[in-house]
Design a protein around this ligand. Structure first.
Ligand code: URA
Length: 253
């Protein structure tokens, strides 16, 4: 990585401020004074700024209780974004791991760990997400089987993967899905001639929404959640690789 990028990522200095500091010959890398901001350094390099060690911060993980009318995006011209609610340095490096519709609420994971984000959100990750769902029409137990068999969404070529429906009462259920298709839960219930009136996410992989987190508030992961998030690293299995491994060709599949 470039030296100026490393220092600006590891500190609150902007890239142009860092360039000026480097040119003042006060940056030492592995024992040498470096004055060229474009110098490439190793991730293991020991970097000192005016004698003070500068270390790259580790990846950051936050949970946000998303309220309605906030978009799961980093930028939006019309609505406040989830990132607008995060009061941290270097928010431009943060990404949202698994979006929620503007009218949906609940657990949103925010990180600057791109690989972790990919592992959670990849269509092949099999990462389970649980939602509290309220619907307009009464629920009946025959739906449990239908969700298990896979709901066929309008406009899709295949059924959804099996989903677990737990009926709480006539209009409330917990639904666990392992994909993340566009408006998936609303479309699943629409395919069953029902209508989702509220949708609230309470779990992604091993990470549970903190019940004490008011809508609009966020917090970093606890130590325990940091350990859990290691386990929320479902192996991303690409169908092509599986097919190659079991010797099935695209045509024969
Ligand atoms: N399914 C939906 O329909 N909306 C969401 O926000 C998440 C899942």
């Amino acid at each position: 990585m470039r030296l100026d990028k490393y220092i600006s990522n590891a500190s609150d200095y902007s890239r142009s401020q860092v360039k000026r500091l480097i040119k003042k010959a006060i940056v030492e890398v592995d024992g040498d004074i470096i004055t060229n901001p474009a110098t490439t350094i190793a991730t293991t390099s020991k970097v000192y700024l005016d004698g003070i060690p500068i270390a790259m911060p580790g990846p950051r993980y936050f949970m946000l209780n998303k309220p309605t009318n906030v978009v799961s995006a980093t930028k939006d011209s019309e609505h406040p974004t989830a990132i607008d609610l995060i009061d941290e340095p270097r928010t431009e490096q943060l990404q949202i791991a698994g979006r929620l519709d503007i009218d949906a609420t609940g657990l949103l994971l925010i990180t600057d760990d791109g690989q972790w984000n990919h592992n959670i959100t990849s269509p092949h990750s099999d990462c389970k997400k649980t939602y509290q769902v309220m619907v307009a029409e009464p629920l009946c137990t025959t739906l449990i089987q239908k969700f298990q068999e896979g709901i066929w969404l309008e406009g899709e070529k295949r059924r959804c993967l099996a989903a677990d429906l737990n009926i709480v009462d006539h209009h409330h259920a917990l639904l666990t899905i392992s994909e993340g298709k566009y408006h998936q839960i609303k479309r699943m219930f629409a395919a069953l001639n029902n209508h989702v009136t509220t949708l609230h996410r309470i779990q992604i992989g091993n990470i549970l929404l903190d019940e004490n987190l008011e809508p609009g508030l966020y917090r970093p992961f606890t130590q325990q959640e940091m350990i859990q998030q290691q386990k929320t690293q479902p192996k991303v299995v690409h169908p092509k690789i599986v097919q190659e491994n079991i010797g099935v060709t695209q045509q024969g599949a």
